[in-house]
Design a protein around this ligand. Structure first.
Ligand code: FMN
Length: 197
């Protein structure tokens, strides 16, 4: 055990266990529209700040959508989807039903600053923030899932959320509660992806 980072073996094992066992839960398996407590959310959101951030640019921006803001946002997602695909088979209510268990959305953006630090590095930093939150939601017993927001379909969402038009969409998280949270997933053995040089 180092003097600088004096964690007990039990604490280290717990963190390792949580990170290795984390699973995503699809939104249709989320139930009850559960939202973490304010104290939990503070810890989870603060965890999003503890990421590698080349140049200390703080590129991550998050918009939290919960309570009565959720259904109008789902309707917006439906409007964007059906505008791009008039043959989309679901009605608005049927589409919204897919999200009926979701407690909260977090829409993630990268506020890219042009200069020495490459834009992709800044996006990766935001991705690391998202992953920290996924791990922390799991650690606190919540279900979470990360979905894409395609860059060429982001304009109506940025407009709706009243965010800066230059922000790069990094996707959105759905948070909830699920019996599925406990379901384990088999992961590939790391050894085939690591080589000794
Ligand atoms: C950047 C990114 C975007 C994703 N977008 C979607 C998506 O739009 N729809 C989807 O079903 N899964 C998407 N996924 C996959 C899920 O978030 C998740 O990683 C996958 O279901 C595997 O589950 P796991 O987290 O348990 O490994 C995305 C993953 C990443 C990293």
């Amino acid at each position: 055990m180092s003097i600088k980072f004096p964690y007990t073996q039990g604490q280290s094992a717990a963190v390792s266990h949580i990170i290795s066992r984390r699973v995503s839960v699809v939104q249709t398996n989320m139930v009850g529209q559960v939202v973490p407590s304010d104290d939990e959310l503070k810890q989870i959101f603060q965890g999003a700040m503890a990421v590698p951030d080349h140049g200390q640019l703080n590129p991550a921006r998050f918009v939290v959508i919960k309570g009565d803001k959720k259904r109008p946002y789902i309707n917006k997602m439906y409007a964007v989807k059906t505008a791009g695909n008039p043959n989309f088979p679901l009605s608005e209510d049927e589409y919204a039903h897919n999200f009926s268990g979701v407690g909260m959305f977090i829409v993630a953006f990268a506020n890219i600053q042009l200069g020495k630090i490459q834009p992709y590095e800044q996006e990766w930093s935001v991705a690391a923030s998202i992953q920290n939150m996924l791990n922390l939601f799991y650690a606190f017993g919540y279900a979470a899932k990360w979905n894409s927001m395609h860059k060429d379909k982001a304009e109506p969402f940025k407009d709706y959320l009243n965010v800066d038009a230059v922000w790069v969409p990094m996707g959105y998280l759905m948070i909830g509660k699920s019996a599925d949270t406990a379901k384990q997933k088999s992961r590939d053995d790391y050894q085939q992806f690591f080589t000794d040089f």
